[in-house]
Design a protein around this ligand. Structure first.
Ligand code: FES
Length: 165
């Protein structure tokens, strides 16, 4: 169904939760330096919000462009980057923000990712970075510039050994 299609170039983003759930996200909604906002893509032509597939959830964060690694800057617009919100460890939602470090935290097993360095793992058990979703600017909005840079969620062969949560 259209609600489960993956994000594609030109999609806008809407709030995934909270008071503004379903409303389109502009740069003004993203505080500089974080925290991030959980979002789903929306096809601006059909108006369909792609929230029928959990793997479409992303976190949008606006950072200082000078702090981004070269690889991260390639996917960013105005310092704003988007990453899959699905933890690469066991698939929980990366929902917490480490304010003093500016890092992304998965509450399930304290997986920590650095959004300035391609969401590389800086703590806890996740086996690989969060996939990035390239961003471009359209007017006052961050929009999708292409598909995820790597598979979303738990990848077979990279699960932790010996049990699960
Ligand atoms: Fe995220 Fe385990 S599911 S750290």
């Amino acid at each position: 169904t259209p609600e489960t299609e993956p994000p594609k170039k030109g999609d806008v983003f809407v709030f995934a939760e909270g008071d503004k759930k379903g409303e389109e996200i502009t740069f003004d909604d993203l505080p500089k330096g974080g925290p991030f906002v959980l979002a789903f893509p929306k096809d601006p032509k059909t108006g369909v919000i792609k929230n029928g597939e959990r793997n479409n959830m992303v976190l949008l964060i606006r950072l200082d462009p000078a702090e981004l690694s070269p690889e991260t800057a390639e996917y960013a617009a105005d310092g704003t980057v988007a990453y899959s919100a699905i933890c690469t460890h066991l698939g929980c939602t990366v929902s917490d923000w480490v304010a003093d470090k500016g890092d992304l935290l998965c509450p399930c097993h304290k997986g920590i990712y650095d959004p300035r360095q391609g969401a590389k793992v800086v703590g806890g058990p996740p086996p690989r970075p969060l996939p990035a979703l390239p961003i471009q600017t359209e007017g006052n909005k961050p929009v999708c510039a292409g598909g995820f840079t790597s598979p979303v969620g738990v990848v077979a062969g990279l699960e932790p050994q010996g049990g699960s949560c």
